[in-house]
Design a protein. Structure first.
Length: 267
């Protein structure tokens, strides 16, 4: 019973992290098509002694995720605006982009005018406490004008939250997730700052869950299975994990080749 509660807590905690992090990364991509359904996030391992800012796991771990988390409140508000006239349907950025890319030229022009009008109304309504001149130039990343206008609209929403008293709910909204991460996955590593850390409990928990009833699993396959769950390790972290498995006598080597190293099942 205790083990089942422990296992449930582990699963819920990680997949809550997984859901929010994937949502934030997808939102940052906005109207750009995804190359993969899941965007793996780099984790380090708590057994590693040396962690530096030159590591891939630093650049594409918490540092990259934090940028997405910082703007999650703006994305939620913008998507709410875009979905106001959709009745019961709720569209993501990808859904909206798909519909727009299948519109006629006349429909695109009408929509572009509507978005421009909405932006002007939004700007005028918040002109009392928002310094719009501080926004600077906003890039135009898309090949369809109305998508660029929508990107500008999002930038306006994000700008006004950062420039007014409304920055308080903006910052508080992201902090709840940061605090959650600090309980399980986010650790401070001195000069390297905060990094996503997979502790030994989570490593063994996921390894056991992946192996299930098999007697063993190829090491390369194990790392691939971690990636399908949104967790990816750079070469140094993989080496640290291999060393840890070796200390626990969980490795079976048929040769020095990575393809011939197995992780044995355990209780």
């Amino acid at each position: 019973m205790i083990y089942l509660l422990y296992r449930s807590k582990k699963i819920i905690s990680y997949y809550y992290f997984f859901y929010v992090s994937q949502l934030s990364l997808r939102n940052e991509a906005m109207f750009t098509p995804f190359e993969k359904e899941i965007r793996p996030i780099y984790f380090t391992f708590e057994g590693e002694e040396k962690l530096s800012k030159t590591r891939v796991s630093y650049e594409y771990g918490w540092r990259n995720l934090e940028k997405s988390i910082n703007r999650i409140f703006s994305h939620i508000n913008f998507l709410k605006v875009l979905n106001l006239s959709n009745g019961k349907s709720v569209y993501s950025y990808q859904d909206i982009a798909y519909r727009i890319r299948n519109m006629s030229q006349e429909e695109l022009e009408i929509l572009d005018q509507q978005v421009s009008q909405l932006m002007e109304e939004y700007k005028n309504k918040l002109s009392g406490d928002t310094k719009w001149e501080l926004m600077g130039t906003v890039m135009r990343p898309y090949d369809i004008p109305v998508l660029n206008n929508m990107y500008l609209f999002f930038s306006m929403i994000d700008h006004q939250f950062n420039q007014t008293s409304r920055s308080k709910p903006y910052n508080e909204y992201k902090q709840w997730f940061v605090h959650f991460c600090q309980k399980s996955f986010l650790k401070s590593r001195g000069r390297s700052g905060k990094m996503l850390i997979l502790d030994t409990d989570y490593l063994l928990f996921f390894t056991k869950m992946i192996i299930q009833d098999m007697p063993k699993i190829r090491l390369k396959k194990l790392f691939e299975e971690f990636e399908t769950r949104g967790i990816i390790f750079d070469r140094d972290t993989q080496t640290a994990i291999i060393d840890y498995f070796e200390k626990l006598n969980l490795l079976e080597k048929k040769s020095d080749s990575g393809d011939a190293i197995y992780v044995k099942s355990f209780l």
